[in-house]
Design a protein around this ligand. Sequence first.
Ligand code: FAD
Length: 388
Amino acid sequence: GTPKFSGMVEDCCCDYETVDRLNNEVLNPSLQELVKTPFFRYFKVKLWCDCPFWPDDGMCRLRDCSVCECPESEFPKSFKEPHRLSTNDLICQEGKPQAAVDRTLDSKAFRGWTEIDNPWTNDDETDNDEMTYVNLQLNPERYTGYTGPSARRIWDAVYSENCPKYPSQELCQEEKILYKLISGLHSSISIHIAADYLLDEATNLWGQNLSLMYDRVLKYPDRVRNLYFIYLFVLRAVTKAPDYLEQAEYDTGDPNEDLKTHSLIKQLLYNPKLQAACPIPFDEAKLWKGQNGPELKQKIQQQFRNISALMDCVGCEKCRLWGKLQVLGLGTALKILFSVDGQENSAQTLQLQRNEVIALMNLLNRLSESVKFVHEMGPTAERIMEGH
Ligand code: FAD
């Protein structure tokens, strides 16, 4: 393990050791299976460079940046008729605005899901013309070569949505939380780049880059802490809505697969080991208690929507895909924890879009993978880089 990190995860209710143990024993194995199921591997997304802030800078054309369509053989049966994808559509869709997508999908599969707007995010899922389906399993989040001023300005803009807008004496717990979530997500993205890196272009050799993980994440203990924080935050959101998530419709037309999806969901939601060791991974009830709580919540909601809009400016297609997915997943976690229940609108019940649930579970899986990689490879990376 990483002995540097012991005791409770800041603002959370579980300690580092417990998180590592639960992640390795129960959470990571279930999540890894879950994201492979047909329901969870297709993400609906608007991928075009559609940035209101800066012009396209050509980053989209990097080879390892582009996203591929779902091959027909991969598509669940109920998705296929009547429009079939032609082989022409199997090549990467970069630069192909008309890449064929079965637009009848929504009315046929995934019945029973609502189409209401998420107040925390900028994307509108009902905007079908612009949307495409991507098989996440074929487009893993990893090193893409996206770097330089184009990537830097996105991160700068994302962080500027946070603290600088407030005079420092006003900084309260809630604002720190938004910063920690973004920083934790940033750590996770960096760790995936390090875990799956193009080591040698000539031979197309991919592998781990431990010095990158050290330089970008491990060297700054706060970034590791923020990763554990966002993991517990999102885990709390998932386990806070067990009835809703258990009863939701996971139908893709393949009874065996759908049964498996459902049983994996139950394994996650009602895991006895998780309930015994870390029943409330994050305590959201403590937040928004102050006098200007509602006002503050609105402010942070607007900031998060701006962060969501910035994802349209990510200049590399695959980074944009995962950036959008993970920001939507985080927006869904925020919606579950803060937009429903208790508070002013106690009559409001939870309603989620199918895409929100897909994003939420895939985000949790990405974070779980990062926590696992830090736990397994962190000590080795530190030994090498710190020379002892
Ligand atoms: P960056 O990672 O760009 O960091 C910029 C600055 O932010 C750092 O100098 C530091 O001051 C601060 N910072 C860094 N990490 C943290 C943290 N955890 N908490 C707080 N502050 C921090 N590249 C890929 O290869 N594959 C991808 O899938 C990918 N997805 C991306 C998704 C998004 C939304 C964005 C904006 C970028 C993505 N990138 C991806 C690019 C990647 O994140 C880096 O920007 C790029 O590799 C250049 O890294 P860098 O060393 O300049 O530092």
